[in-house]
Design a protein around this ligand. Structure first.
Ligand SMILES: Nc1ncnc2c1ncn2[C@@H]1O[C@H](COP(=O)(O)OP(=O)(O)OP(=O)(O)O)[C@@H](O)[C@H]1O
Ligand SMILES: [Mg+2]
Length: 353
C-alpha cells in the first residue's frame, strides 16, 4: 500500500477492516480499532469473530459474501464487544481478489447515536401530543372536582356527628386523591427557574430521602467532583431525578439480597441532542441491580400512565422526561436482569431561548 493511501486510511473517520479468506484481520484502521475496542495491533491476524461475543452470526454473513463474490450491506446489526458493550452498526462488505484468495473490505458505521436521536425525537413528538390531550381532559375533570368536594363538605356539616360521616369522608378523600392525580397529570405550569445548580447537592438530598425511606438499601456514589455548576431549575431537576431513583428503589424492594443503587456523574464533550451539539454535558447514571424493566413496557416507558407496578400511576418517568426535555437534555436507559441504567444527559449551559 502506498504511503499516501496508508495515511488516508489512518485518518478516515469511517471504520475500515480488510479480512482474508479465513476472515482474519489483515488490516484495521484506527477508527475500527476504536469502534471494536481492539486496543493493540495484536488484532492483526486473528479472526474478526474473536473480537466479538456474537462473532458467529456475522461470520456466516461474511463467508456468504466471500463465496458469492457479491457485496453485501447489513443494517442495524448488533455487535457485542469483548468488554460486553453492545453497539449497533450498519456495515458493508465488498469482496475483492488479491492473489490466489478472495478478500473482503468491511466498512462499519456506528449508528447508536443516530438511533437514539431518532427515538428521542419520536418520543418527544408523541409525548407532546399525548400531553396536550391529557391536559385538556385533566382540566375538564378538575373543574367539577372543587364543586363536588365543597358540596360534600357542606353535607358533612349538615349531617354533623351522624354515622353518615363515613360516606361524606369517602367523597372528600376520593376527590382529593383525584385532584392530586390530575395536578400531576397537568404538570408544572411555571417556566423553569434557572439558577446555578450543583448536581451533587441535588443527588445528596435525594440520597438522604431514599436512605430514610429504604434503610436496607446501599447507595454507592461515584461522583466526578470537578463537574461545574449547571444552569437549571433546582426543584424540577430534583423532582425528575428523584422519580428515577425512586423507581430503582421500588424495583429493589422485593426480596433482593443486596439491593444497591449506584449514582455516577461524569461530563461528556461535544454531545449532540436532537439537532444541537453541546460543548459540555453532564451525564448522571442511576444504576440498580434489580430485576430489570419488563420487556413489554420498554417501548412506551416514557409515556404517561404506563406502569408495571400494581399501585403505580405511571407518571414518574413521563414527568422526568418533560423536565429533562425542558432542560434540553435527554434520558435513555439500558436494562437487563441485575443491571438497569437510566442515564440523564443535561447540557451544562442552557441555550438562549
Ligand atoms: N429501575 C427500574 N427497574 C425496573 N423497572 C422499572 C425501573 N424504572 C421504571 N420501571 C418500570 O417502569 C414503569 C413506569 O415507571 P414510572 O415511574 O413512569 O411509573 P410508576 O413508577 O409505575 O408510577 P409513579 O412513578 O407515577 O408512581 C414502572 O411501573 C416499572 O414497571
Ligand atoms: Mg415511578
Amino acid at each position: 500500500m502506498s504511503e499516501l493511501a496508508g495515511q488516508i486510511l489512518d485518518n478516515l473517520n469511517a471504520a475500515i477492516l480488510c479480512l482474508d479468506h479465513k476472515l482474519r484481520i489483515r488490516l484495521i484502521n484506527p477508527s475500527a480499532q476504536d469502534l471494536l475496542a481492539i486496543s493493540d495491533t495484536r488484532g492483526i491476524d486473528c479472526p474478526l469473530s474473536e473480537y466479538l461475543l456474537n462473532g458467529q452470526e456475522i461470520e456466516s454473513v461474511l463467508f456468504d459474501a466471500l463465496q458469492t463474490g457479491q457485496p453485501y450491506t447489513q443494517r442495524k446489526a448488533q455487535l457485542t464487544l469483548l468488554n460486553g458493550n453492545r453497539i449497533t452498526v450498519d456495515y458493508t462488505v465488498s469482496p475483492m481478489s488479491e492473489g490466489e484468495w478472495p478478500m473482503l473490505t468491511m466498512e462499519i458505521q456506528p449508528i447508536d447515536r443516530l438511533l437514539r436521536i431518532d427515538r428521542d425525537e419520536a418520543v418527544r413528538i408523541h409525548q407532546e401530543t399525548t400531553q396536550q390531550m391529557i391536559r385538556g381532559l385533566a382540566h375538564e375533570i378538575k373543574n367539577p372536582l372543587g364543586g363536588i368536594r365543597g358540596a360534600a363538605q357542606l353535607l358533612a356539616d349538615e349531617l354533623g356527628g351522624k354515622d353518615l360521616d363515613d360516606y361524606t369522608n369517602i367523597i372528600i378523600e376520593e376527590t382529593d386523591r383525584l385532584r392530586n392525580l390530575v395536578d400531576r397529570l397537568l404538570g408544572s405550569n411555571t417556566l423553569p427557574n434557572l439558577q446555578e445548580t450543583n448536581i451533587h447537592e441535588i443527588l445528596e438530598r435525594i440520597c438522604a430521602l431514599v436512605e430514610a425511606e429504604s434503610p436496607g438499601l446501599t447507595i454507592t456514589r461515584d461522583y466526578d467532583p470537578s463537574i461545574p455548576n449547571l444552569t437549571a431549575d433546582k426543584e424540577q431537576l430534583h423532582q425528575g431525578i428523584l422519580n428515577i431513583v425512586r423507581n430503582a428503589m421500588q424495583a429493589l424492594t422485593d426480596n433482593l439480597v443486596e439491593p444497591e443503587i449506584t449514582l455516577v456523574t461524569r461530563t461528556e464533550r461535544q454531545f449532540t441532542i436532537g439537532t444541537v451539539r453541546h460543548r459540555l454535558v453532564v451525564r448522571i447514571d442511576v444504576i440498580d441491580n434489580g430485576p430489570g424493566i419488563p420487556e413489554h413496557l420498554r417501548e412506551q416507558l416514557f409515556y404517561p400512565m404506563i406502569s408495571g407496578r400494581p399501585n403505580g400511576t405511571g407518571l414518574g418517568l413521563s414527568v422526568a422526561h418533560s423536565i429533562i426535555s425542558q432542560h434540553h437534555g435527554l434520558i435513555e436507559f439500558e436494562s437487563q436482569p441485575g443491571c438497569t441504567v437510566f442515564s440523564l444527559i443535561i447540557p451544562l449551559e442552557q441555550p438562549d431561548e
